[in-house]
Design a protein around this ligand. Structure first.
Ligand code: ATP
Length: 282
């Protein structure tokens, strides 16, 4: 668990390569859908190091619109059964706390949105024996990192990916806000592409810059909301083990990747391995 950008995917591979029989199940609600791999930050194939991933980029949001938390609960639990049936270890990885809550809660009520309904109560009764790892990065450092990550995503081809996406949507009128179309990047770029964007005049440049600023702002807001939800789960009694990755991210911001990897290993991977080992031995 953890906010966007905190290194959950990296940690999941670090763990899966140490606990050899692991398989990963995605719990990011936007990464469930096919497409927009850069925009939605799906872990690239070469970084998965052969570890099997489930529910990552498998649904077509034009066909199913949006997978509900209860549908996620059904899909993910049947994959968990299958993984356990093969004597392997399922790792659930992703930032959508509503999906994690739906999956592991003992009594899940599909009609209540536990994080947004004021009256609903978060229960700590779970239907699985869970070991929760929460990767946390101090908010100021995380914000700075996320701003930089958005620039890096554009350097890696996010704009070209969005051009292709909006071209394929061109005939279908205004973008409906469901499924993958809720991905940060799509609503923010709608004005730019709908105004015939893609040229290089001043209006285009301004709209593009405005869209990038909105993406940065909305990504930071998402991170803040995700951390609030994690803290609510903790207050409700979920035994979340917190790994503090702030120093590793500080080193990233100083462009010291060797130092960052060393600190990541010491502050995040080693304690996580210990926690998981103890959990498996209990
Ligand atoms: P909520 O109830 O607010 O939807 P949640 O816990 O169900 O919260 P989050 O993972 O916090 O789900 O996602 C909330 C929103 O953040 C998504 O609807 C989407 O706009 C954006 N978002 C989440 N993950 C991604 C992603 N991988 N890429 C782009 N945008 C994302």
């Amino acid at each position: 668990m953890g906010a966007t950008g905190t290194g959950k995917s990296r940690l999941s591979i670090d763990l899966a390569t140490r606990f050899f029989s692991s398989e990963i199940i995605n719990s990011d609600k936007i990464q469930l859908y096919r497409g927009l791999d850069i925009t939605t930050n799906k872990i690239p194939l070469q970084d998965r190091l052969g570890v099997p991933h489930h529910l990552l980029g498998v649904f077509d949001s034009d066909l199913i619109e949006e997978l509900t938390p209860s549908q996620y609960r059904l899909h993910a639990s049947s994959i968990i059964e299958d993984i356990l049936g093969r004597n392997k270890l399922p790792l659930i990885v992703g930032g959508s706390n509503s999906l994690i809550h739906a999956l592991v809660s003992d009594r899940f009520d599909p009609n209540s949105d536990v994080f947004n309904d004021v009256d609903s109560i978060l229960s700590s009764e779970l239907r699985y024996d869970c070991c929760f790892l929460w990767v946390d990065v101090g908010i100021e450092v995380l914000y700075e990192y996320l701003l930089r990550r958005v620039d890096d995503m554009f350097d890696s081809g996010m704009f070209e990916e969005l051009v292709e996406f909006f071209e394929s949507e061109a005939e279908s009128g205004p973008i409906q806000q469901f499924g993958i179309k809720k991905a940060i990047g799509i609503p923010e770029f709608e004005d730019f592409f709908r105004s015939g964007g893609g040229g290089d005049d001043t209006v285009d440049t301004q709209l593009k810059e405005r869209a990038i600023q909105a993406i940065k702002y909305n990504t930071c807001e998402l991170a803040k909301r995700q951390i609030e939800k994690i803290q609510r789960l903790r207050s409700a009694g979920w035994d979340l083990r917190r790994l503090i990755a702030t120093e590793a991210f500080r080193a990233v911001l100083l462009s010291d990747s060797d130092m960052s990897s060393e600190i990541w290993e010491k502050n995040v991977v080693e304690p996580s391995v210990k926690i998981v080992k103890t959990f498996l031995e209990e």
